[in-house]
Design a protein around this ligand. Structure first.
Ligand code: GZL
Length: 331
């Protein structure tokens, strides 16, 4: 069962938006493998999920730019959304004796063995973006990222408010993220809990679109064929929502009007569709984790203790807010 992280549960949660990478020499102790190099420079091995969405691209850029700014030597791998590739990458970082390993677990389960190998090699691990369901929390130093249950709840709360006072049945279709991933599991549960407040709301179809536009379009086409009356689409990310918009328009319907759309992420393309009224509401999930990650890496390599759970600060957007935010949007 996924550990339900939430600010209420973890009193010691540190709420930060973006920390600038701290400067200063790496004082990695002799226990960390990288210290053997003796050049004082931290080497990080980062095992990325893939390049499946606009969010992921922005996340990768944030990590790479922050590593450069922090003077951290970054070894980076793209797992093409396959867990076995991430595990291979982590094993290669252990063999290379990096000072610290960070990764965004593509799915929640199946990490204990490789994380134990990192622990035995005395290489600290930082989880970013997505969580793992390991019972042994000594296998990683901290988890930096969003609370996806809260994101799902925000989406559901908005929808309930949007239909306040209406009693007609509201048929919802749901495009889930990658099967088995923390964001898919938690955005689904947070949303389902929130819409319990409106007994006329029903999820009539729910299927993974794997966080990609192509799959989101394909699944939405199937939803449209199988369900004559769809009132709302809840997409676990903007890329799937944008793919679904193509399917909705091809079916001669108006996205945002005939079918209301709620999404998560708030990447530029999603915000553009929101400003144009094709999406009705977006819950933000910030990919800009790089600076915080590098700051944490320097601390764990020095052997400092860090908060076990670090939440990113996020908001949500209406079409009007999207119009105002777009000119300065970084991603
Ligand atoms: C969420 C992240 C998800 C995004 C998707 O933190 O893991 O993965 O919501 C991305 O866009 O593919």
């Amino acid at each position: 069962m996924l550990k339900r992280w939430s600010a209420a549960v973890l009193g010691s949660v540190l709420l930060v938006s973006t920390l600038s990478a701290c400067g200063g020499e790496n004082a990695s102790d002799s226990s960390s493998p990288g210290a053997a190099k003796g050049d004082g420079k931290i080497t990080m091995g980062f095992a990325q999920v893939g390049a499946e969405s606009g969010w992921r691209t922005a996340n990768t850029k944030s990590i790479q730019d922050a590593a450069t700014a922090a003077g951290i030597d970054l070894k980076f791998s793209d797992a093409q959304q396959k867990q076995e590739n991430q595990i291979k990458a982590i094993r290669s970082y252990i063999a290379q004796k990096v000072d610290v390993i960070a990764f965004s677990p593509v799915v929640e389960s199946g990490w204990d063995t490789v994380l134990k190998e990192a622990k035995d090699a005395k290489i600290p691990v930082i989880l970013t973006d997505r969580a793992v369901d390991s019972k042994d929390t000594t296998l990683y130093k901290t988890f930096l990222g969003s609370d996806f249950v809260v994101e799902g709840k925000k989406a559901g709360d908005w929808l309930v408010k949007e239909y306040q006072g209406k009693t007609d049945p509201v048929n919802i279709v749901e495009l889930q993220g990658t099967t088995g991933s923390a964001p898919a599991n938690d955005r689904k549960s947070g949303f389902a809990d929130a819409i319990k407040a409106a007994p006329n709301m029903k999820i009539i179809a729910s299927q993974t679109g794997d966080f990609t536009r192509a799959k989101g379009k394909e699944v939405m086409e199937a939803f449209l064929k199988a369900n004559p009356k769809i009132d709302v689409l809840y997409a676990h990310n903007d890329d799937m929502a944008l793919g679904a918009i193509e399917a909705i328009e091809a079916a001669g319907k108006k996205p945002g009007t005939d079918i209301k759309i709620i999404s998560v992420d708030a990447v530029k393309d999603g915000m553009t569709a929101l400003a144009a009224g094709k999406i009705n509401h977006i819950v933000e999930c910030s990919p800009l984790l790089g600076p915080q990650l590098m700051d944490l890496a320097k601390k764990v390599v020095k052997g400092e203790t860090v908060e076990p759970r670090i939440l990113t600060v996020e908001t949500e957007f209406t079409p009007e807010q999207a119009k105002a935010a777009l000119p300065d949007r970084k991603y």
